[in-house]
Ligand binder design. Structure first.
Ligand SMILES: Cc1cc2nc3c(=O)[nH]c(=O)nc-3n(C[C@H](O)[C@H](O)[C@H](O)COP(=O)(O)OP(=O)(O)OC[C@H]3O[C@@H](n4cnc5c(N)ncnc54)[C@H](O)[C@@H]3O)c2cc1C
Length: 256
C-alpha cells in the first residue's frame, strides 16, 4: 500500500468549472508519486483550524512528472467555501494518498459516474494501463457536463444523460445502462456518484452478471481508520470506507 504523508502543498491554481464547481491544482510530489486511481486526500482548508476537521476529496488527476495533483470539488458548506478562495501560491496541508483504489484488471471496462462522483473516476480513466474505457456519465443539466471535456480525449465512447434532457439522453444513467451492458461484453463496471445511482447500477450489473466496483462517499473525520465515523455494514462485518475503501466490490457492501 502507498505510504501516506502529510505535506504542505503549494496551490498552483484554481479554475471555475461552473457556478458551484472548481478545479484545484496543488504541487504535492510525494503524493503524486505514490497515488493510484481511486484514492483520496484529506485537506485542511484553513490554517486557522476552523473548520477543525479536514475535508476528503478524490484525486481526480495526477501528473507524476510535475508532481501536481488535481481535485475537482463542489462548493457546499464552510470548508469548501474557504477552499474556493484559496489563491495560487498559498499552501494547504494535505494528507494522502488515502484509502484503497480501484482494481485495474478489467479488459473491457465501463465507467459510470454521476455528478462529483466523476472526479475519482477521471484518475481511473487516466490510469487504466493503456486501456480506453467507455464512459457513461449523468448530471442534472448541460452546465454540469463539463466532464465531457476531461473524459473525451482519454476515453473510448462517452455517453451522456441529463435529468432535464439539455444534453445527451434525457433521464438518469439508468435510461442507458441496461442496453449498454446487454450490447457490450464489459467485464467490469466502475461506479461513483449519488448512493441511489450506485445502488441501481450495482443491481443491474448483478442482474447481468457483470463485476462492479463502487467508490463510496461517507462522512469521515480522520480518514485513517481510527474514528469509525465512516463505517458501514459490510457482508458479515463492519467496513470502514476510509481504509477498507473507498472502493469496494459491490457485493462487499451490505447496507449503503
Ligand atoms: C472519500 C471521499 C471522497 C470525496 N471526493 C470528493 C470530490 O472529489 N469532490 C467533491 O466535491 N466532494 C468530494 N467528497 C465530499 C466532500 O468531502 C464534501 O463535499 C466536503 O467535505 C464538504 O465540506 P464543506 O465543509 O464544504 O461542507 P459541510 O459544511 O461539511 O457540509 C455541507 C453540506 O454538504 C453535505 N455533505 C458534506 N459532506 C458530505 C458527504 N461526504 N456526503 C454527503 N453529503 C455531504 C451535507 O449535507 C452538509 O449539509 C468526498 C467525500 C469522501 C468521503
Amino acid at each position: 500500500m502507498a505510504k501516506k504523508v502529510v505535506v504542505e502543498g503549494k496551490v498552483i491554481g484554481q479554475h471555475v468549472l461552473n457556478i458551484t464547481t472548481k478545479q484545484i491544482d496543488v504541487k504535492a510530489p510525494e503524493i503524486a508519486q505514490s497515488a493510484v486511481p481511486g484514492q483520496f486526500v484529506n485537506v485542511q482548508v484553513s490554517k486557522r483550524n476552523s473548520p477543525l476537521l479536514r475535508r476528503p476529496f478524490g484525486i481526480a488527476s495526477v501528473n507524476k512528472e510535475t508532481g501536481i495533483i488535481t481535485m475537482i470539488y463542489r462548493i457546499l458548506g464552510d470548508g469548501t467555501k474557504i477552499l474556493r478562495d484559496v489563491c495560487s501560491g498559498d499552501e494547504i496541508s494535505i494528507v494522502g494518498p488515502l484509502g484503497k483504489g480501484f482494481d485495474l484488471k478489467a479488459k473491457k471496462p465501463l465507467i459510470v459516474g454521476g455528478g462529483l462522483g466523476l472526479a475519482p473516476l477521471l484518475s481511473l480513466a487516466e490510469g487504466m494501463e493503456g486501456k480506453k474505457a467507455d464512459v457513461l456519465m449523468g448530471g442534472r443539466c448541460e452546465d454540469d457536463m463539463f466532464w465531457t471535456d476531461y473524459f473525451a480525449p482519454i476515453s473510448n465512447n462517452v455517453y451522456v444523460t441529463t435529468d432535464d434532457g439539455s444534453m445527451g439522453i434525457k433521464g438518469t444513467v439508468m435510461a442507458v445502462l441496461p442496453k449498454l451492458l446487454a450490447a457490450n461484453k464489459y467485464d467490469c463496471v466502475y461506479v461513483c456518484g449519488p448512493e441511489p445511482m450506485m445502488k441501481a447500477v450495482a443491481a443491474e450489473c448483478m442482474k447481468q452478471k457483470i463485476k462492479c466496483q463502487v467508490s463510496l462517499e461517507k462522512y469521515m473525520a480522520c480518514g485513517l481508520g481510527a474514528c469509525l465515523s465512516c463505517s458501514c455494514e459490510g457482508i458479515g462485518e463492519r467496513i470502514k470506507v476510509c481504509t477498507d475503501g473507498p472502493v469496494f466490490w459491490a457485493e462487499e457492501v451490505g447496507e449503503w
